[in-house]
Design a protein around this ligand. Structure first.
Ligand code: COA
Length: 332
């Protein structure tokens, strides 16, 4: 059986840091509240004019160099993002052009905080149907849709992302094993952007009403995220007859440390098995999972063949988990 294997990962975050103390000067909030309610201490913010395709190109260029992959070898580019450079053309097309992937096709995928999982599943399906090299990107420039006068949302998010290279393997010690993925549109009211789409195109009035920013009912999202991310993480382990101790690393979406703690506890993970970098980056939406994977691969917390469990929850609602064995990593 052919499986998609992750043979490399790279990530990118912008240089500019906004700390909780910086936010104290912008809205009525404080470091103690933000740290105790979310676990976030600082987040990265894109430079003026720096968009999702730019951050992606930084990550993908590094990925290609480190895995010894030529841009013309890439069959497809899938980009999970809710902050594309433009509504069209796709961010995938912009990345394709900038890196010179002359033989690739590709597309953007809107799955919010679960976007990287959905893109990984899509990329895996392409590998199983004959593609040889697929780039999967999770990236978001959340600062472009954040209202820095709204303390309910502006403290939560940051910019960044990462990319993985998928290649086929027949070796059972590597690659995608299982996934549980879900959407539930009844969550649309709780987390969305009101204007700028076909329902409510941009006008002076929509801009004046600040409707091109994230709207979130934090408490409703918190309840569903805690519940669904915890359940899906436990469910995929049970479905595969695995115990928490079999897993090398649990990489949960980084939206709120309290949500992560609930999921980790329910699935039975010890602290050292859980990737936590929300303190440094906040919620980078589709970016959190590849950022997390890159961190654990680079600092040696996992090695080739280790079991990785991803879990996420986001706008839609969307949620899910993916279980895989990392590697075999390619060195260029
Ligand atoms: N600084 C200080 N006080 C704040 C604040 C801020 N940045 N934001 C809200 N508050 C206040 C509220 O106004 C409220 O005051 P009140 O009791 O006088 O009304 C109080 O703090 C508690 O607010 P509440 O919304 O109940 O806090 P919370 O514990 O639910 O935490 C979130 C708020 C947003 C951190 C939390 O709901 C959350 O993380 N939700 C999910 C977010 C998420 O994951 N979204 C991405 C998609 S997965």
């Amino acid at each position: 059986m052919i499986r998609a294997a992750i043979t490399g990962v790279a990530s990118y975050v912008p240089k500019r840091v906004i700390t909780n103390f910086d936010l104290e000067k912008m809205v009525d909030t404080n470091d103690e509240w933000i740290v105790s309610r979310t676990g976030i201490k600082e987040r990265r913010v894109a430079a003026e004019g720096e968009a999702s395709s730019d951050m992606s190109v930084s990550a993908v260029t590094k990925l290609l160099a480190e895995t010894g992959t030529k841009a013309e070898e890439i069959d497809a580019i899938i980009v999970a993002t809710v902050t594309p450079d433009m509504l069209f053309p796709s961010t995938a097309a912009l990345i394709q052009e900038k890196i010179g992937a002359v033989n690739a096709w590709g597309y953007d995928l809107s799955g919010a905080c679960s976007g990287f999982l959905f893109a990984l599943k899509s990329g895996s399906s392409l590998i199983q149907t004959g593609s040889k090299k697929v780039i999967v990107v999770g990236v978001d420039t959340m600062s472009s849709i954040l209202d820095y006068t709204d303390r309910n949302t502006c403290i939560l998010f940051g910019d960044g992302g990462g990319a993985v290279l998928l290649e086929p393997t027949e070796d059972e010690n590597f690659g995608m094993i299982d996934d549980i993925l879900r959407i539930d549109g009844s969550g649309a009211d709780a987390l969305h952007m009101k204007a700028g789409g076909s329902r409510k195109p941009a006008t002076h009035a929509t801009v004046d009403a600040r409707e091109h920013y994230i709207y979130q009912d934090g408490r409703s999202v918190f309840k569903r995220a805690s519940n669904d991310m915890a359940n899906v993480s436990a469910e995929i382990l049970e479905k595969n007859n695995l115990k928490a101790e079999d897993v090398g690393i649990f990489i949960p979406h980084q939206a709120n440390k309290r949500i992560i703690d609930v999921a980790a506890r329910k699935a039975g993970f010890k602290d050292e098995q859980v990737l936590l970098n929300i303190d440094k980056y906040g919620n980078t939406t589709a970016g959190t999972l590849p950022l997390g994977l890159d961190e654990v691969v680079r600092n040696g917390r996992i090695k080739d063949g280790d079991l990785v469990l991803f879990a996420a929850f986001g706008a839609g609602y969307t949620w899910g988990s993916i279980l895989l064995r990392y590697g075999p990593s390619k060195k260029g």
